[in-house]
Design a protein around this ligand. Structure first.
Ligand SMILES: Nc1ncnc2c1ncn2[C@@H]1O[C@H](COP(=O)(O)OP(=O)(O)OP(=O)(O)O)[C@@H](O)[C@H]1O
Ligand SMILES: [Mg+2]
Length: 373
């Protein structure tokens, strides 16, 4: 059985959708060195405690233990991606992606592994994949081959202290990786139905501007009749992360309270929970700090959009997407004044659905409809 999946290897989080399943799997793109942990109470779900050994010929350290995602985001020694990292070549990006693919395989479909009495499993599970994924506008031309070569091949993930998956080994065999452009894939998803027929003629046949605000990059593809405009599409090495880091720094300076990771801060912002607990019973409201950074971020993005639109007045409308659009939406609307910007719900998931559809589209073209699930 070959699984078809869309996977968005985001600098903030890796999102994965299996063909035919609607619910995405989301894993924060954070890792830390793994070790034997003292478990007082086992976590409820595997995603809360991804503790893995990852083997891949493409990794510098070939057989290493990592905490991945939520478990790592609690750890003071964790690593989140930096703006010097390139997801096409980054080991961390590959580690989290392989963990996501292994988790998806382990929790969907039957297992060939026989549980042994006394725990553990006799054999490994094979998980064959065809994946759709993507790179930022500015990295795509130079790195899409490298990225494809890193992904395609045989890798192996063993779950260690992860609840429900303890001792399971998944051999992740990526048969083919179809690489698209971030932001443009999102637009393809918005313009088409699940069966890939045109859903929105304006988007499908028009000239559309996209501003996709990620954690470390913001992509500005211009898409005309579903083709990427080579001349006008660009990207910026700038995303929400720099502003989150600023907020974390200021909160620490002012209140002595340190968020262990951007992921922890954004969880608070998503819940609109701006009150932090101070040592010795006090509380503080960090909303003014968030407002200050997010207004500044929004102003910068709006200026960039205005500049792009002026350069290319054929653009009919501008969509603001990515997790950054969700975080900055009210600030962007305010900064945009009378320039109309378009938003969609779940903007951070539009790419991954787009990658899956583009992969399906390519397979249909190549094989006249291969039998993939
Ligand atoms: N629904 C949401 N509300 C508020 N903030 C969000 C939401 N979803 C994501 N974010 C935040 O927005 C930022 C961008 O998220 P997104 O998932 O688009 O980034 P990414 O795709 O992982 O990164 P990149 O595109 O740079 O590789 C992150 O800092 C993330 O924490
Ligand atoms: Mg992204």
């Amino acid at each position: 059985m070959i699984r078809l999946a869309g996977i968005d290897i985001g600098n903030d989080s890796v999102k994965l959708v299996l063909n035919g399943q609607n619910e995405p799997i989301i894993i924060p793109n954070v890792i830390s060195p793994g070790y034997e942990r003292h478990i007082l109470q086992e976590e409820e779900s595997p995603l809360q405690a991804l503790d893995v050994m990852v083997y891949s010929p493409k990794l510098k350290k070939k057989n290493q233990r990592y905490f991945v995602g939520l478990l790592a985001s609690e750890d003071q020694d964790n690593a989140e991606l930096e703006d010097t990292d390139n997801k096409a070549t980054s080991d961390q990006a590959l580690i989290v992606a392989l963990t996501a693919l292994a988790y998806a395989a382990a929790t969907s479909g039957p297992s060939q592994a026989q549980p042994q009495p006394g725990g553990g499993f006799v054999s490994a599970d094979e998980a064959e994949y065809i994946i759709g994924t993507g790179l930022p506008v500015r990295t795509f031309a130079q790195f899409h081959r490298t990225f494809e070569e890193r992904l395609v091949g045989e890798h192996e993930v063993t779950f260690l202290s992860t609840p429900k998956l303890r001792g399971r080994t998944i051999r992740v065999n990526i048969r083919r990786a179809i690489i698209s452009v971030e932001g443009a894939a999102a637009l393809y998803h918005m313009a088409t139905h699940e069966n890939l027929q045109v859903r929105n003629e304006e988007l499908y046949y028009g000239c559309i501007g996209v501003c996709e605000i990620g954690a470390l990059t913001t992509d500005f593809p211009v898409v005309k009749r579903m083709s990427i405009d080579n001349q006008f599409s660009t990207g910026e090495q700038l995303g929400l992360a720099a502003y989150l880091d600023g907020i974390i720094r200021d909160v620490e300076d002012q209140y002595g309270y340190k968020f262990p990771s951007r992921a922890k801060l954004i969880q608070r912002i998503r819940r609109e929970d701006y009150t932090i607990q101070l040592l010795g019973e006090g509380q503080a409201d960090i909303k003014p700090i968030v407002d200050q950074y997010f207004s500044r971020a929004a102003q910068k993005i709006v200026d960039l959009i205005r500049k792009r639109w002026k350069k290319y007045p054929d653009i009919q409308c501008f969509y603001v997407l990515g997790g950054g659009a969700a975080a900055l939406r009210p600030y962007l609307i305010e900064a945009a004044e009378n320039m109309r910007l378009r938003f969609v719900d779940n903007s951070e998931l539009q790419n991954v659905y787009g990658y899956l559809k583009l992969a399906r589209n390519r397979l249909n073209q190549l094989e006249g409809g291969a039998t993939v699930v």
